[in-house]
Design a protein around this ligand. Structure first.
Ligand code: CA
Length: 213
């Protein structure tokens, strides 16, 4: 099983890579095709637009999240309601960021849900969502600790919260996981993302660019 860090897309060819992505949530729950929202690559980014109040982006393939990580650029969020960014395993256990509009405020929550009937557990306190400081979001697993990280540039990261999962019994198994963005929204403003796990080669080139100039 490929590590989830190998799931990469820069969305630069303005054509959705349908071997990697779908808006068909039956990939998550099994069963018949069930499309949520629309996915369109525009201007080198991916626009996820709600239809009938909901939107979704799902990795078609399964990945191993254990001792791995996924990050991406959140270029724009919706203007109402909620958005979940999930790592979700085959037992429907999930690690997530929740972005939630609460009146005038938009909040960012680090959460996990062990699918044991207790619902979402708070990894830590919510913080006010900031589109500049939280432009990049990362969820990672390292040495039996889950981390929720944010960054303004995808290079320098700040940890929002962490959870030592070594003592959980039974131990959640994230060896077979999907990446999922799911939201309920009345907003006609699309969620726009870019740069899912940029390759190290691209990061190196970016560094060289700035060093050269
Ligand atoms: Ca791009």
């Amino acid at each position: 099983m490929a590590k989830i860090s190998t799931l990469t897309d820069d969305f630069n060819d303005n054509s959705l890579n349908t071997t990697l992505w779908t808006n068909d949530i039956s990939y998550l729950i099994g069963g018949d095709e069930s499309l949520v929202g629309t996915l369109t690559e525009v201007g080198g980014k991916l626009e996820i637009l709600q239809v009938d109040g909901a939107l979704a982006l799902i990795s078609k393939n399964d990945y191993d999240f254990q001792d791995s990580s996924i990050y991406f650029e959140l270029s724009q969020i919706m203007t109402s309601d909620i958005l979940f960014i999930y790592i979700i395993n085959s037992d429907e256990q999930a690690l997530s960021f929740l972005i939630s509009w609460e009146g005038e405020d938009c909040l960012l929550f680090p959460l996990y849900d062990l699918n044991d009937g207790s619902g979402n557990q708070y990894a830590g306190d919510f913080i006010t969502y900031n589109s500049t400081n939280h432009k990049f979001l990362r969820i990672r697993d390292s040495s039996s600790v889950w981390y929720w990280d944010v960054s303004s540039d995808g290079i320098s990261w700040n940890n929002v919260d962490s959870c030592d999962h070594s003592a959980l019994d039974p131990q959640p198994d994230f060896s077979t996981s999907k990446f999922l963005i799911y939201g309920g929204t009345d907003s006609s403003t699309p969620v726009i993302i870019d740069n899912v796990n940029p390759s190290e080669e691209e990061e190196t080139n970016t560094t060289n660019f700035f060093q050269f100039f």
